[in-house]
Design a protein around this ligand. Structure first.
Ligand SMILES: [Zn+2]
Length: 405
């Protein structure tokens, strides 16, 4: 038995039963899952959690599911001490949470695993999503595992490597002539018409909860403590809010000390509506037209932008955007210091971290965790200029001549 009790409107507090709905009837604000934390606290301990499987499902009791989970082996990814990168950036206690190592190579497996488990509980035989690429791959993979039909919708300019990474799982793959925000609007209409479980629309409250496991894992892997600073990319802003919620829940349940983590969010300068709002001091996130190589997070009108903005402010954190040039430099630096080949979003995080450390906002001795959320090999084109091999004949002479040794 799970501890989820209801869906609650984040704005007006109106409660709804645990159903596949995502918006409040009264104020159209997003709904989120609420729990009986008193009962949960009685049923959960560090020891019990530590004895669970080495996947995100070790935190099953803190997720809103009743039935057996649809699991392809997601989570409990490495938290590595990044001494080389830390030296470059001037940070003595830097860790990288390497979520490239999930089954479909991005953190999206976390929210999708929860959402598709709920989709089965609700009796859907078809699931669907609007995606910039990574989510579609994850949905398609989980649908394969769960023997469900999947429709996935992506913008037509999605990277070719990502299309292959989706198509291999054999979903109905639809490319839409438009940007992500157009795809999302189309999917909202489809939700009204078809009785499908839309992972990030009518199943969104459950989907959101999966990202909390990133916060749980970081704290457990640090020896049951919250970091001083977390830096995370933001697209819709949803996962950013949930990572903070995950840390907060651990403290509420008495598993860690009160949380004083500063949450820093980062976006690409070519698609930075949340960062813009943070920097101008407004509460309103004004939509932008995305134009960046970091396509995974190129969302011009972020659904949870307001809440992500609030989390950054309330936690005493911040927001930082970086240019495409800086993104590529960040990708290379991460690979060449820590051996991690992340997608462009990883470059966003690393370059933003460099700026935040240089400006003194994140201090040298603060325990800082950088979230690297997706792997690079599906989007290699943007860094193809690095391929400069030495070409030689198969002889010792040629080797020494060409390399000058
Ligand atoms: Zn409401």
């Amino acid at each position: 038995m799970g501890y989820a009790t209801a869906l609650r409107c984040r704005k007006c507090g109106q409660e709804y039963p645990l159903q596949p709905i995502n918006l409040c009837d009264f104020c159209l604000s997003p709904l989120e899952v609420s729990y009986d934390y008193k009962a949960m606290a009685k049923g959960i301990s560090r020891e019990k959690l530590a004895g669970g499987p080495l996947t995100m499902w070790r935190y099953r009791d803190m997720l809103p599911v009743e039935s057996e989970e649809v699991d392809i082996g997601t989570g409990f990814t490495p938290l590595v001490k990044a001494d080389n990168l830390g030296r470059e950036l001037g940070l003595d206690r830097l860790y990288i949470k390497n979520d490239c190592l999930n089954p479909t190579y991005s953190f999206k497996d976390r929210p999708v695993s929860v959402a598709i488990t709920k989709a089965q509980e609700f009796g859907f035989d078809t699931i669907a999503c609007a995606s910039t690429g990574n989510l579609a791959a994850s949905v398609a993979a989980h649908a394969a595992k769960a023997n469900m039909k999947a429709y996935v919708f992506v913008p037509s300019d999605v990277e070719p490597g990502k299309l292959i990474g989706i198509a291999i799982y054999n979903p109905v793959l639809v490319t839409v002539d438009g940007i992500y925000d157009d795809v999302n609007r189309l999917c909202a209409k489809l939700t009204q018409k078809y009785n499908w479980g839309f992972i990030n629309i009518n199943l969104r409250p459950y989907y959101a909860e999966g990202s909390k496991t990133l916060g749980y894992e970081v704290a457990e892997q640090l020896g049951w403590r919250a970091p001083d600073c977390v830096i995370s990319p933001a697209a819709s802003g949803l996962s950013f809010t949930r990572i903070w919620k995950g840390l907060d829940e651990l403290s509420m349940l008495g598993l860690i000390e009160p949380v004083n983590t500063h949450m820093y969010l980062t976006q690409a300068a070519g698609s930075s509506p949340i960062v813009n709002a943070f920097q101008t001091g407004t509460l309103h996130v004004h939509p932008v037209e995305p134009n960046t190589i970091a396509k995974s997070i190129a969302i011009g009108n972020p659904a949870d932008g307001y809440y992500a903005l609030r989390a950054a402010r309330q936690s005493g954190g911040g927001a930082c955007a970086v240019t495409d040039e800086e993104i590529i430099a960040g990708m290379k630096l991460l690979a060449q210091t820590e051996g991690i080949f992340a997608e462009a979003v990883g470059g966003v995080v690393v370059s933003a971290l460099r700026k935040l450390a240089a400006s003194g906002l994140i201090k040298r001795n603060e325990l800082t965790v950088a979230l690297i959320t997706g792997a690079g090999p599906r989007t290699q084109d943007i860094i193809s200029d690095i391929v400069r091999p030495f070409t030689i004949q198969p002889s010792l002479e040629s080797f020494e001549e060409v390399l000058g040794v």
